[in-house]
Ligand binder design. Structure first.
Ligand code: HEC
Ligand code: HEC
Length: 261
C-alpha cells in the first residue's frame, strides 16, 4: 500500500515540468527508485549470469542459448497481457520470474520473497528508457470468456475440425501442417534481436505461454512482440480464434497418445 503511494509520489517529482498526474496513461508509473538497491542485489545474485551486467542478454551463461536471455536494454518483451507493442504489466513480469518459461532456459524462482521479486522487476526497468514514457504503457487487454461449446466434448470436436482448416491456411507456413514447428519458412525466421526464432512446436507437452485454451486465445489475439508470431486480432474472427484454440488442444493429446502407445 505504502509502496504504491511512494512510487506515485516519486513519479510526480521526476515528471517535474510535465506535471504528469499519477496514472495519466493506463498503468503508467515510473520505475520505483525505492526498490532499486534491493532489486540490484537480487539481480546480481540471480539474473546477471544470463541477462548480463547491463541487461544486454549477454551474461556468461548465455552462450548458445536459443532463445537468448532477454535483452532488457531493448525494452521489447514477449510475455504480455497488454496490446501489441506496449510494455508488459508488473504482473506479467512477475509471472515470468515466478513460473519460468517452459522450453527455454528461463528458470523459475520460488526461493525469492514477494518483495524481492517486486524489487527485481522494478530493477530491470532501469535498463531501458522506454519505461519512462507514458505512451509505451497500456492496461491489459480484456479478453472474452471461453465459449460454452469448448467445454462440451462433441461441440469442441466439431469446432476443432474447423480450427484445423484455419490452421492449415494461416499457420502451416511457419508451424507446419502438423503443428510440429517445421513449416517451409521455419528456418528463415529471426526475432527483433536478430537471432534465429524457430516457430513453436505446438505438439510439445509444455508451451512457453501455457496450454489452456485461454492462453492460445491470448497469444492469437495479442501476438508475441519481438518475434514473427503475428497478432490475428484483425485477420481472424473471435470465433475462429477459439476454434483454433480447440484444435491446438487436440495436437497435444494426439502426441501424448503416440508416446504411450
Ligand atoms: C539460466 C539463464 C537465466 C537466468 C538465471 C535468468 N533468466 Fe530470465 N530469461 C532467460 C531466457 C533464455 C529468457 C528468454 C525466454 C524467451 O525468449 O522465451 C528469459 C526471459 C526473461 C523474461 C521475459 C521477458 C519477456 O520478453 O517477456 C524476464 C522478465 C526475465 N527473464 C527475468 C529474469 C529475472 C528477473 C531473473 C533473475 C531473478 C532471470 N530472468 C534469470 C534466461 C535466464
Ligand atoms: C510468420 C510465422 C508465423 C505464423 C504465420 C504463425 N506463427 Fe505462431 N509462432 C511463430 C513463432 C516464431 C513463434 C515462437 C515465438 C517465440 O519465440 O516464443 C510462435 C509461437 C506460437 C505460439 C506460442 C507457443 C508457446 O510456446 O507458447 C502459438 C500458440 C502459436 N504460435 C500459434 C499459431 C497459430 C494458431 C497460427 C495461425 C493462426 C500461427 N501461430 C501463425 C511464428 C508464426
Amino acid at each position: 500500500m505504502n509502496l504504491a503511494v511512494l512510487g506515485c509520489s516519486v513519479a510526480l517529482v521526476m515528471a517535474s515540468a510535465a506535471a504528469l498526474p499519477c496514472g495519466a496513461a493506463d498503468g503508467f508509473a515510473l520505475p520505483d527508485e525505492s526498490l532499486y538497491a534491493m532489486g540490484r542485489h537480487v539481480y546480481e545474485r540471480n539474473c546477471l549470469v544470463c541477462h548480463g551486467r547491463w541487461g544486454d542478454g549477454d551474461g556468461e551463461m548465455s552462450k548458445g542459448m536459443v532463445p537468448k536471455p532477454r535483452k532488457f536494454s531493448s525494452g521489447i518483451f514477449k510475455y504480455r497481457s497488454t496490446p501489441a507493442g506496449a510494455l508488459p504489466t508488473d504482473d506479467d513480469l512477475i509471472r515470468t520470474v515466478r513460473g519460468g518459461r517452459a522450453n527455454t532456459s528461463m528458470p523459475y524462482f520460488t526461493h525469492l520473497s514477494d518483495r524481492e521479486v517486486r524489487a527485481v522487476v522494478e530493477f530491470i526497468k532501469f535498463f531501458s528508457p522506454r519505461w519512462r514514457k507514458p505512451e509505451n504503457h497500456a492496461a491489459p487487454v480484456k479478453l472474452p470468456d471461453p465459449p460454452v461449446w469448448l467445454a462440451e466434448p462433441l461441440g469442441a470436436t466439431r469446432r476443432a475440425e474447423a480450427g484445423r482448416l484455419v490452421f492449415v491456411a494461416a499457420c502451416s507456413l511457419c508451424h507446419g501442417a502438423e503443428g510440429d514447428g517445421k513449416g517451409p519458412s521455419a528456418l528463415t525466421l529471426l526475432d527483433a534481436w536478430g537471432d534465429p526464432c524457430p516457430p513453436a512446436n505446438l505438439r510439445a507437452p509444455a508451451l512457453r505461454n501455457g496450454r489452456a485454451p485461454a492462453d492460445y486465445f491470448r497469444v492469437l489475439t495479442l501476438g508475441i512482440h519481438g518475434t514473427p508470431m503475428p497478432s490475428f486480432a484483425e485477420a481472424l474472427t473471435e470465433e475462429q480464434r477459439w476454434e483454433l484454440a480447440a484444435f491446438l488442444g487436440t495436437l497435444h493429446r494426439t502426441e501424448a497418445a503416440a508416446v504411450t502407445r
